[in-house]
Design a protein around this ligand. Structure first.
Ligand code: PLP
Length: 388
């Protein structure tokens, strides 16, 4: 069969390639420590599951409105607005089957072939995949490892902007580095957005998973609310990765074409997941706080243990649940290293190269897994390092 040319331009997540290899390795009877995926070992809060069961018992299993059930849109508008110091209404909200669909829809709605898109590198690999798929020109901007955090190379980013640059993707708090933008970085970016008439995808998938202080959204800066589309997801905050529930918050002008795309491709997000999502917003705050403390405990352990193992880990991630580890002293080929660690130590890690060329020489370790597994997995890595 001869497929359309664009299919060859679609990328994937190598994390899933490591996953396939890890599954094959486990099928041979080996224990695998799965630190390559951003999927948590924590179940969805019980009252959220009960709300889903009730929705099914109550017969809420049919089609539901394209942009989502009205109550959920209303509660989300209030909730997201309050956390960002803004006033959103239900017309700003379109419920999605997860966070990821927002990426493709943002580009489908705003990107013409030949348009240039600035996106983070290292960064979530799906941005580049979707830009190329839709005929855009990828312009990866760099994150540099500093003494305390990863920072955006703003000077280089400014030089990358041309009259064809139309869109910016900002992921704050960031996958894979866990970095958060400083106020100065946000202000500099907002200035560029206005100066060059850009539209922004604010990927806030990890907005609420942070270890100190409060998150600030780029959307809260003056002049940004009209230009920003927020991607948000229930996946990470509420341990609901499998429920496929997320949402877009954007100006109503943007939500309307997006709904058309949605109508053509999906109809709506799943009805039962949406009722579960409503319960999560109303009742799950204590569970969310427990999860945050659990991740923090793992994060602290990992940082300490990796330093004991001799890694020069300068940056302590501010949010999300990943450590982005410089492994250049071990190998400059992160893909080969990740597969070697899997084969010899039984530990799954994501190769840095999966997050873009600037990320070669790093691996990502997810601490969405149990502390006991993290402890054992790190012991395995210690043995692996000794045997090299
Ligand atoms: N954005 C970022 C930065 C992510 O890391 C992820 C998932 O890992 C997503 C979006 C997609 O989230 P979801 O599972 O809700 O589709």
């Amino acid at each position: 069969m001869k497929f359309a040319d664009r299919i060859a331009r679609l990328g994937t997540e190598t994390a899933f390639a490591v996953s396939a290899e890890a599954a094959a390795f486990a099928a041979q009877g080996n224990k695998v420590y799965p630190f390559h995926l951003g999927d948590m070992n924590i179940p969805t809060p019980a009252n959220v599951m009960e709300a889903a069961a009730k929705a099914m018992r109550d017969g809420k299993t049919g089609y539901c409105p394209n942009a989502g059930i009205p109550k959920l849109r209303e509660v989300l508008a209030a909730d997201v607005g309050a956390a960002r110091g803004l006033r959103y209404s239900p017309e700003n909200v379109a419920i999605q089957p997860g966070g990821k669909p927002t990426i493709g829809k943002f580009f489908l709605a705003l990107l013409n072939p030949g348009d240039e898109v600035l996106y983070p590198s290292p960064g979530y690999p799906i941005y580049e995949s979707q830009i190329e798929f839709l005929g855009g020109v990828p312009k990866p901007y760099r994150y540099l490892e500093g003494e305390r955090t990863f920072t955006i190379d703003l000077d280089a980013l400014k030089r990358q902007i041309t009259p064809r640059t139309r869109l910016l993707v900002l992921n704050d708090l960031q996958n894979p580095t866990g970095a958060e933008c400083s106020t100065a970085e946000r202000e500099a970016l907002a200035e560029l957005v206005l100066k060059h008439d850009l539209y922004v995808l604010c990927d806030e998938a990890y907005f609420d998973i942070r270890y100190d202080g409060e998150s600030t959204s780029f959307v809260s800066l003056p002049g940004m609310v009209e230009r920003c589309v927020i991607l948000y997801t229930f996946s990470k905050k509420f341990a609901m990765t499998g429920w496929r529930l997320g949402y877009i918050i954007a100006p109503p002008d943007f939500v309307r074409p997006l709904q058309k795309i949605h109508q053509n491709l999906f109809i709506s997000a799943g009805s039962v997941s949406q009722w579960a999502g409503l319960a999560a917003l109303r009742n799950a705050a204590p569970d969310v706080e427990r999860m945050r403390r659990t991740y923090d405990e793992r994060r602290r352990f990992l940082i300490k243990r990796l330093r004991e193992l001799g890694f020069a880990l300068k940056v302590e991630p501010e949010g999300a649940f990943y450590i982005f580890l410089n492994v250049r002293h071990l190998s400059r080929n992160s893909y080969a290293l990740a597969f070697d660690i899997l084969e010899k130590a039984g530990v799954g890690v994501t190769p840095g190269i999966d997050f873009g060329e600037n990320a070669e020489g790093y691996i990502r370790i997810s601490y969405a897994n149990s502390l006991s597994n993290i402890m054992e997995g790190l012991d395995r890595i210690e043995e692996y390092l000794k045997s090299r």
